[in-house]
Design a protein around this ligand. Structure first.
Ligand SMILES: Cc1ncc(COP(=O)(O)O)c(C=O)c1O
Length: 350
């Protein structure tokens, strides 16, 4: 459990000081105070050049799409994700090529290549660390370089996940993590956008931040008076700063508990050997039973040993079934995707 004692004190102090001190009230407009502190923590965590905190991940992905000029474009993405991954792109009139899934139910690099062979007009790849499991970032990075595509990642569920010793999604051109319920860092609402590109960061500043911050970071002459308000609530930033380290520790405990369950199932011969070049946040905890093993056998095996477990086939809806036809540029892998999902079980640990 997270201890909120310090967070509550920090929030009370801020609110008290903000009543009498306009400088404190306007810190987050200017780009200082708690928001800047949180952005520094996140830059350090991901080892990224830039981090920009915003309202939530759905809006963040919209701001990113805008800042990368993805209007009326063709985009490659996974069919299996939270709809917010593409809400922004849909509103910018983009059309989607949906890939097959890899063994971890993430975007499949082989089908990304297949799609690119047939569709030279594609502008970007949107990858997702679905269920908190890192997608194949090295492969997608290679493809994006080779075909000169913008590579965006939705890392909403994967703060604290790693692959080949890198933080999940951190090889993308720009990636987004969320602080909404259930995520590694929970602040009610909130999100952060990370990038190593100064151009993308500057575009994001101009489209989401108050002119005070635009002027402070970009100079007095370059301002967009008509920006959106994408700012994170400063109270969420104060909370995030207070609980950041605790939240990462708590995630590690959760990861270890999930890995114990995986090892147990593995030792019992119920699932295949576990690849350990990555560490998931286990935002959703998915396993793939070996052929002919009934979920009942797994349930009995686990409930004898671990309390509070529920097991079910994941209830997911595929994106191409949710959006209108004119936005689906292609989805040739539906059968394979449905089969892979039906072979998966979701375990609840709490
Ligand atoms: C993969 C994914 N993308 C985007 C979002 C949207 O995040 P937010 O609620 O911060 O808008 C979520 C939220 O759960 C998510 O899981």
């Amino acid at each position: 459990m997270i201890d909120y004692t310090n967070a509550i004190e920090d929030i009370s102090r801020y609110l008290f000081n903000a009543q009498t001190n306009i400088g404190v009230r306007e810190q987050h407009l200017i780009g200082s105070g708690a928001v800047t502190e949180l952005e520094s923590k996140i830059k350090m965590f991901y080892d990224s050049k830039f981090a920009l905190c915003v309202t939530n991940a759905t809006n963040a992905l919209f701001f990113v799409a805008q800042s990368c000029n993805l209007h009326d474009c063709e985009v490659i993405t996974t069919p299996l994700t939270f709809p917010g991954t593409i809400s922004g792109l849909l509103s910018l009139n983009c059309r989607f090529h949906f890939t097959d899934l890899d063994e971890n139910l993430n975007i499949c690099p082989i089908s990304v290549r297949e799609i690119l062979k047939r569709n030279p007009k594609v502008s970007a790849i949107i990858a997702v660390d679905f269920a908190g499991t890192p997608h194949q970032m090295d492969e997608i990075r290679k493809i994006a370089n080779e075909f000169k595509l913008i590579y965006i990642s939705d890392a909403a569920q994967s703060l604290g996940a790693t692959i080949n010793s890198n933080k999940a999604s951190s090889l993308s051109d720009v990636w987004v993590t969320s602080f909404c319920p259930g995520k590694t860092l929970f602040t009610g609402e909130g999100a952060c956008i990370m990038t190593n590109s100064e151009i993308i960061y500057n575009n994001l500043l101009l489209s989401t931040q108050h002119v005070y911050r635009q002027k402070k970071e970009l100079g007095l002459n370059i301002v967009n008076e008509f920006s959106f308000n994408g700012r994170i609530n400063p109270l969420a930033a104060i909370l995030a700063n207070s609980i950041f380290e605790q939240s990462i520790k708590q995630l590690k405990k959760h990861q270890n508990q999930c890995l114990k369950i995986v090892k147990h199932l593995n030792n019992m011969g119920l699932i295949s050997s576990f690849e350990n070049d990555f560490k998931s946040t286990f935002f959703h905890f998915y396993i793939k039973p070996l052929k002919n093993i009934e979920s009942q056998e797994i349930i009995e095996n686990l409930t004898n040993k671990y309390s509070l477990l529920k097991i079910r086939i994941p209830s997911v809806t595929l994106l191409p079934d949710l959006i209108v036809k004119k936005n689906v540029a292609s989805f040739e892998y539906k059968k394979s995707v449905v089969k892979k999902i039906s072979q998966t079980l979701e375990i609840s640990t709490h």
